[in-house]
Design a protein around this ligand. Structure first.
Ligand SMILES: [Zn+2]
Ligand SMILES: [Zn+2]
Length: 551
């Protein structure tokens, strides 16, 4: 499809959406994968929490996939591995922190032994097939985030996914300006760059300054304080410890992922000098004004600690008047309703809620406009390819880069193969891309029948009719119909239920004898008859499944 002498970039996830990052670089007949993330389900994917990119393009030539490099330990960059590994089966390269998280995710899928993970040193160098890779430290909201300088015979590409500039990131190294400048001076072919916050003026803000602000905020709190943030934000976790020290409190971690991240962080040498965290069940022994909890669930996730606390349904923790919840996190688009529900529940408990809009309690992990400009200045890219963004972010990033002196830009969405070198930059192919839903233990295409039927069921309901016929095609007994989510077989709905049964009997009896032996025709007639009753009574058109039993 592409000339083997050409270097191409092909995103299968993360370009045209925020989440589910999966980028491919192709050169000399082999493919290098950068990141393999997940995104999360919403109202349109009922019952589905996790969504992964469709790897179909690679599957038919899987032997050409030489490796997968993970840029950092966020779900949208490594969460897809446990689900896609059986198909990918390639060497995985990750820094110790990301590898620690990945290994803990794999036992859940019994893959721990079979995934070959090579730990790479932050800021180090290694080669995979025809690709020589230099890692470059970036500040972000998780330790050990790396940019990749990917060098081939036709030049070097800088893949700078999630990053920010922060002179005091507190945990992990700051963004390595000197190395980025060095690559800029040596000359790169292209810069792939984070677009998440391209609409934000100014700068992301420093974790160091945030810590000072959190101390001031917590000083003014009376009783228990709960800080809600992402577990993977180790710097924020360490900040909670320092805030507690400065305000005479002790820190408890609440939520399984908080403990998991704390354990990995300690293994990797972070959180040194932090006192032991207190178990949630022991909080009750502390005076209320000596408690600082770091809780999961800042996005309103139903099963997370904060949702359970807000619903007064947590086995060990309750909040009441005088207590405070600080949302030290961003409201991720799409989660507004769930977060709003949480805030209402907390308000009913008379708990004070403090968010980004009330006080300086959060800094972003992604670059705002001033930071993007600085990066262009260091790297001097002849070509900018916006990544990590929805269409509106990618297009705004193109405009912004152009207006700041970047000579060329190329916007590509998932499935578009972009030639980077040699020769003209252009989209040279469109390949299959899409999404797979993780539905229980299997993967199903998001545009496929299963998810479509699931969606319809939640909107209109589903009814199942059972009709038993004898060898003459006569009804043996009264048909049965059950319609959970549509009718209640008692009370007022009882009439509708009986009407539906009568309509089915009538539909069968009206059918000429011969046609009653044609299952397709019979099912169609029964389904239409029942649906007509439901529609006239409820105004909705449920799916009606028909089972024909012949005795
Ligand atoms: Zn990301
Ligand atoms: Zn990230």
């Amino acid at each position: 499809m592409n000339d083997p002498e050409e270097l191409v970039f092909l995103p299968l996830g993360g370009c045209g959406e925020i989440g589910m990052n999966l980028g491919l670089y192709g050169f000399c007949g082999s493919w290098l994968m950068v990141d393999c993330g997940v995104t999360f389900g919403d109202d349109l994917t009922p019952g589905i929490d996790v969504i992964v990119p469709d790897p179909a393009f690679l599957i038919e030539k899987i032997e050409t996939l030489v490796g997968l490099v993970i840029t950092h330990a966020h779900e949208d960059h490594l969460g897809g591995i446990p689900y896609l590994w059986r198909q990918l089966k390639c060497p995985v390269f990750a820094t110790p922190f990301a590898a620690g998280l990945l290994k803990r995710k794999l036992p859940e899928t019994t893959l721990a032994e079979s995934v070959p993970i090579t730990e790479i040193t932050p800021g180090g160098e290694f080669s995979v097939g025809a690709f020589d890779i230099s890692l470059i430290n970036l500040a972000h909201s998780v330790p050990e985030t790396q940019a990749l300088a990917i060098t081939t015979e036709v030049g070097t590409v800088l893949h700078v996914s999630d990053w920010k500039l922060d002179p005091k990131p507190l945990v992990g190294a700051p963004t390595d300006e000197a190395t980025l400048r060095r690559f800029g001076d040596e000359g790169v072919i292209a810069l792939m760059c984070d677009s998440t916050n391209v609409f934000v003026e100014g700068r992301a803000g420093s974790e160091g300054r945030l810590r000072e602000s959190l101390i001031e905020v917590v000083k003014n709190c009376d009783k228990r304080v709960a800080i809600a943030s992402f577990a993977s934000n180790v710097a924020r976790m360490e900040s909670a410890v320092r805030v507690a020290e400065a305000t005479g409190r002790r820190v408890s971690l609440v939520g399984r992922s908080m403990w998991r991240i704390a354990e990995i962080a300690k293994e990797c040498g972070y959180l040194r000098g932090c006192p032991e965290f207190i178990n949630a069940r022991d909080i009750g022994y502390l005076p209320r004004d000596e408690v600082l909890m770091l809780v999961t669930g800042s996005q309103g996730e139903a099963r997370a600690a904060l949702a359970r606390i807000a619903a007064d349904d947590h086995p060990e923790i309750s909040l009441t008047e005088g207590d405070t919840v600080i949302f030290s996190s961003r409201e991720i688009p799409g989660n507004e309703k769930a977060i709003g529900r949480l805030k209402n529940q907390l308000a009913r408990l008379n708990v004070e809620v403090i968010t980004e809009s009330d006080a300086f309690v959060h800094v972003s992990g992604h670059p705002a406009r001033e930071e993007l400009k600085e990066l262009y200045d260091w790297v001097k890219p002849p070509l900018l390819v916006p990544i990590h963004g929805e269409a509106r972010h990618l297009i705004e990033h193109r405009k912004f880069a152009r207006s700041n002196g970047v000579p060329a830009t190329a916007v590509v969405e998932n499935g578009e193969m972009l030639r980077l070198a040699p020769g003209e930059t252009e989209v040279i192919a469109y390949v299959q891309s899409g999404r797979y839903a993780v539905d229980g233990r299997r993967l199903v295409p998001i545009e496929g029948d299963v998810v479509r039927a699931r969606r319809r069921m939640t909107f209109t309901g589903v009814a199942v009719a059972t009709v038993v016929l004898d060898k003459e095609g006569e009804l043996v007994q009264t048909p049965q119909i059950s319609a959970p989510g549509i009718v209640d077989a008692i009370g007022e709905d009882k009439v509708m239920h009986e009407e539906a049964i009568s309509a089915i009997v009538e539909a069968v009896e009206k059918m000429p004898g011969r046609q009653r032996f044609n299952n397709g025709k019979l099912e169609g007639a029964i389904s239409r008859a029942a649906r007509r009753v439901f529609r006239s009574e409820t105004g909705k058109r449920p799916i009606v499944e028909v089972h024909i039993v012949r005795v």
